[in-house]
Design a protein around this ligand. Structure first.
Ligand code: PRX
Length: 639
């Protein structure tokens, strides 16, 4: 089924699923409490978030909950001092969590490692000391270019512990994309691995970092730390490159935790926008931890006995909030798997669920669509009875995929929690709780403390049933604090729709107030839940010697939701043949990495343009799909 059939079925979906009574009785937040929280967040939203902040430990309390004197640069908890790592690790060491499992990791070949909170705390301390020994200081940027390994989590937490700012770059990005991010952040250190296992193969990783740093490129980088994962041979540069194991071996088990102002940066996460240059979204220690902790614990009803598995790679925001920070703040056990969901066969995920007794399973619709294809015989072979909640994120989930998950994985008992949020929002924004009535394909209602709305371009709420722009009307604690070195671009989020943060999505609200996400309104392609900008792809095409110009749009893809299709005008004299297509595909992979999945390339004599010479991607999109998402597609100026 393609994306647009999916949207049609979203418009026709009328089923409602009720939670089992037992689940409601046992829920951390019952329906009365949810009602009270919603009411409180209506008349006293700051009070609501202040109570959430009180559930965490601070070195110094805030002077005020919110400083909105310099809109849209909001500051949550001004005057407060804290460190998110203190809340993720240090404080648990003083409680019964000390010897509880913090992290279960499984490698693709089947090897596994487990860390209690105490063990993770000590490992993080050793690596924090190692970073300090390398000269990394508070405020310095550290790029983490790693596969999903325990050391990835350790690197993030160690950097944050000493007040450095981490920027995790997904290992599926190319050397060039990595270099761009290292340079933009002016990173002092890079943490990587020699390689990793994916789909039965060893993929080399350190080589890519070497390529990114070749010559005088990214000469801000003073040191590189390499985790030995696959034992492939790598070149180590004397004085710059260090083995992780050599560094931590010499370090102490304790390390001081840097005292941070609440708004000081915790991490940068680069994400695609509508220009060729990715945006460095900045999140801070204080507001981020409050928002993530409150939303993760309520939405996933986290209990002391849970084992929480979010299948996202730590290289995306979901990996930050729902693999590393959220679960550790909540004191639960988080699970990380290194490899491909189909390796060695299509039951790998269910094998992991059964093996560790996973109780909360949070994934992306792309994975579900892929596994649906292989049939239920794979799910039947495993004991999935430990599961109690299922979750979805990153792209619209079709009612078909939703019900497949609910029936075949969740025994028609486990609610499917479809969470809407973004790199920019940091935390879940629109989502059911386990006690909510569910409609397959709807993200239901804004969470308490979140003022989401569906509006027209002037910011007026649209009637139920009508499509509109999804906006957030009031600030929320885990909102990005800015864009790295780019105040103007940050302001744009608040300028498209008067008085609101515009998320970039189109949505519809039904008669019951339930929200149905319909897709992006801008030129960002959602490939398997990963954002890739049309403009980034076009710039990459433009860098090819035989290309004059290119336009790239998202087209429906049965498994990935969307994939990229390129329309390319070639330089005069160049042959429009299969050779060139192959070469262009290689080129794009080289420029951006395997994340940028190209479905097809079509040669054109010219591209449709506005009078001012801007490429009209939506004309190509309409030609291609025969439809547009609502009447709001394309926020571009056609004048
Ligand atoms: O279009 C929405 C889609 O993913 C975008 C955010 O992408 P990113 O910043 O990479 O973060 C992804 C994971 C938090 C949104 O603008 N999106 C996210 N969650 C959903 C979704 N679309 C539909 N349903 C969702 N639950």
């Amino acid at each position: 089924m393609d994306r647009f059939e999916t949207l049609d079925s979203l418009l026709q979906e009328e089923r409602v699923f009720r939670p089992l009574p037992q689940l409601v009785i046992e829920a951390n937040v019952n329906p009365q409490e949810l009602g009270a929280a919603r009411r409180q967040s209506e008349y006293d939203p700051l009070g609501y978030w202040e109570e959430a902040a009180d559930e965490l430990d601070w070195f110094k309390r805030w002077d005020r909950v919110l400083d909105d004197s310099r809109k849209p640069f909001y500051r949550w908890f001004p005057g407060a001092r804290c460190n998110i790592v203190y809340n993720c690790l240090d404080r648990h060491i003083e409680t019964a969590n000390k010897n509880k499992l913090a992290l279960i990791w499984e490698g693709e070949p089947g090897d596994s490692r487990k860390y209690t909170y105490f063990e993770l705390y000590r490992e993080v301390n050793r690596f924090a000391n190692a970073l300090r020994t390398l000269g990394v200081q508070k405020g310095d940027r550290v790029v983490v270019y790693m596969p999903p390994l325990p050391e990835t989590v350790v690197a993030m937490l160690a950097a944050a512990k000493i007040g450095a700012v981490h920027s995790v770059v997904f290992a599926g990005f190319s050397a060039k994309a990595l270099r761009q991010r290292i340079n933009d952040a002016q990173a002092k250190a890079v943490i990587t691995a020699d390689g990793f296992y994916r789909n039965g193969q060893v993929l080399r990783l350190k080589d890519t970092v070497d390529e990114a740093l070749v010559g005088a490129c990214a000469d801000c980088v003073e040191s590189m730390v390499v985790v030995r994962r696959t034992k492939v041979g790598v070149d180590m540069v004397d004085g710059r490159d260090f083995w992780y194991e050599d560094l931590v071996r010499q370090e102490r088990n304790t390390a001081p935790t840097e005292v941070m102002e609440a708004h000081e940066p915790l991490f940068l996460m680069y994400t695609s926008g509508t220009t060729g240059k990715p945006k460095g979204i900045v999140h801070c220690h204080g507001g981020y931890m409050v928002g993530v902790h409150r939303t993760l614990t309520t939405v996933f009803d986290v209990k002391p006995t849970d084992i929480f598995w979010c299948t996202a790679d730590p290289g995306w925001v979901t990996g930050h909030s729902a693999v590393v920070y959220g679960p550790l703040l909540a004191g639960t056990t988080t699970v990380i798997y290194e490899g491909h969901p189909n390796y060695p066969q299509a039951d790998r995920l269910w094998n992991i669920v059964a093996k560790y007794g996973i109780s909360i399973f949070y994934t992306v619709p792309t994975v579900i669509r892929m596994l649906m294809r292989f049939g239920v015989q794979h799910t039947k072979r495993h004991d999935l009875s430990s599961l109690r909640l299922l979750g979805s994120v990153g792209e619209p989930i079709s009612p078909e995929a939703w019900t497949w998950l609910y029936k075949n994985i969740g025994r028609s008992e486990c609610p499917v929690i479809d969470t809407w949020w973004q790199t920019e929002t940091g935390m879940f924004m629109i989502s059911p709780l386990p006690i909510s009535l569910l409609k397959p394909g709807s993200v239901t209602k804004p969470l308490p403390g979140v003022k989401a709305d569906v509006v027209d371009r002037e910011g007026n709420s649209v009637e139920p049933g009508k499509g509109g722009l999804l906006v957030i009307r009031e600030p929320w604690p885990a909102m990005m604090t800015g864009l790295w070195n780019d105040e103007d671009r940050y302001r744009e989020y608040f300028e498209k729709v008067p008085g609101c943060y515009f998320a970039g999505d189109v949505a519809r609200r039904d008669e019951d107030g339930y929200i149905w996400i319909q897709g992006r309104a801008d030129d960002v392609i959602n490939i398997a839940g990963h954002r890739v900008g049309s403009a980034e792809l076009e710039a990459a095409f433009g860098a090819h010697r035989n290309v004059t110009e290119a336009a790239v749009i998202g087209v429906p893809d049965t498994i990935k939701g969307e994939a990229a299709k390129a329309f390319v005008v070639v330089r005069s004299g160049a042959e429009e043949d299969d050779e060139l297509i192959k070469d262009l595909k290689r080129h794009i992979r080289n420029e951006l990495g395997p994340v940028a999945v190209l479905k097809s390339i079509e040669f054109r004599r010219k591209l449709p343009k506005t009078r001012s010479g801007k490429i009209m991607r939506r004309v190509l999109k309409a030609e291609e799909t025969g439809t547009e998402i609502g009447d709001l597609t394309g926020m571009e100026d056609d004048s």
